[in-house]
Design a protein around this ligand. Structure first.
Ligand code: ADP
Ligand code: MG
Length: 363
């Protein structure tokens, strides 16, 4: 990234008894949509709160638009934030909630009202200005919170799991809305979520954190197809992870010895014989056949179906190999209909060696 609008350098936050953010470096371009993901407690919200000025870093720096943010209080920053719990004022009308940040900026009542109506209109809430917050649905409240955050025309919007309190249907609608807003406004969005589907649908780049550190930054297709380490590979959930030792090198392939067998893996990085190695095969890259139909060509593993899980039209099949390794295989419903997969059925799993991804890092 050549021009960075937001620059985090060695950003660090220690609470008494907990080191929440551990030296984060991250550059975000102007207008980018960045999603921060990671398990609960990994430091996502803390990072966002540091950006918003709601917490003081214990180390490192934050620059926005080239300006060091150290010492600038939250209310003087250009970094409004939207939460899951919205934090709307129940005793103010919808319009007064939206206009609230302008009151802090000492704008006149008429101008505040005019701008609030304009933003309510933009967010599909025309005609609701004088209602009580309590009279709104969850989705409408979410829009009020967005209008309130955007009314000061910030250059960056921070969102902390803003959709997680909504039901599935509404979440998808708000996702579309956020995407539209981001395109229309052209401002930078930093979006914390634990929902992979949201991050993948919305973000230009995804940041994956674990225990206060960034483990990978990349476009959605990169973290999905080319995870940097076992943590990211397993966090993405649809990968089968193998750990082992490199036993041979020929041309661009390496042979990796694992407890489940020896496998050929494209060696896209330097890897010496005897070195520990880890690779993944994505669940949707694995083919599956019934054992009685004979082993398929290419590397194959014999196993037993443990169970099946439906997600819409795709199905995840869990298979345990004879060596005790658990595999996930992801297929479209129609691809496996004829196989009559039930728990206990013996199957062969296979994949093309070129679909194995050697992880750049082994830890
Ligand atoms: P996430 O949003 O990724 O779930 P947080 O950034 O909220 O995680 O928290 C990261 C870690 O820091 C957690 O273990 C949390 O308990 C701890 N933490 C957060 N805020 C405080 C605080 N004010 N005092 C002490 N520990 C905190
Ligand atoms: Mg959080």
């Amino acid at each position: 990234m050549t021009s960075s609008f937001v620059a985090l350098k060695g950003l660090d936050k220690r609470y008494p008894g907990h080191h929440a953010v551990r030296g984060i470096d991250l550059d975000i371009a102007a207008g980018e949509f960045v999603a921060i993901m990671g398990p609960s407690g990994c430091g996502k919200s803390t990072t966002l709160r540091l950006l918003a000025g709601l917490e003081e870093p214990t180390g490192g720096s934050i620059a926005i638009g080239g300006r060091d943010q150290a010492g600038i209080p939250a209310h003087l920053r250009d970094t409004p934030m939207v939460w899951q719990s919205l934090a709307l004022f129940p005793f103010l009308s919808v319009a007064d909630n939206v206009a609230f940040p302008l009151r802090m900026k000492r704008l006149g009542a008429k101008e505040r009202r005019r701008r609030a109506l304009e933003w309510l209109d933009r967010l599909g809430l025309a005609g609701m200005a004088d209602r009580d917050i309590a009279q709104l649905s969850g989705g409408q409240r979410q829009r009020v919170a967005l209008a309130r955050a955007l009314i000061t025309q910030p250059s960056i919007l921070l969102l902390d799991e803003p959709l997680s309190a909504l039901d599935a249907h509404l979440r998808v609608r708000m996702q579309t809305e956020l995407s539209r807003l981001h395109r229309q406004l052209g401002i930078t969005f930093v979006y914390v979520t634990h929902a992979q589907s949201e991050a993948f649908a919305l973000a230009d780049r995804i940041v994956i954190m674990s225990e206060g550190r960034i483990r990978q930054v990349g476009r959605p297709q990169d973290v999905y197809r080319a995870p940097a380490n076992p943590f990211v590979a397993e966090f993405m959930g649809m990968n089968n992870l193998f750990r082992g030792v490199c036993r041979g090198r020929a041309d661009d392939m390496a042979t990796i010895e694992t407890p489940a067998g020896h496998y050929a893996v494209p060696a896209r990085r330097p890897l010496a014989v005897g070195e520990p190695a880890a690779f993944v095969v994505a669940a949707d890259r694995i083919t599956l056949a019934r054992a009685e139909d004979g082993p398929p060509s290419g590397p194959a593993v014999r196993g037993t179906v443990l169970g099946l899980e439906f997600v819409g039209s795709t199905q995840t099949i869990f298979v345990e190999t004879e060596g005790g390794q658990e595999f996930r295989v992801q297929k479209q419903q129609h691809e496996i209909e004829a196989l009559d997969l039930v728990p206990g059925r013996a199957v062969h799993l296979a994949w093309e060696p070129r679909h194995a991804w050697l992880l750049p890092e082994t830890e």
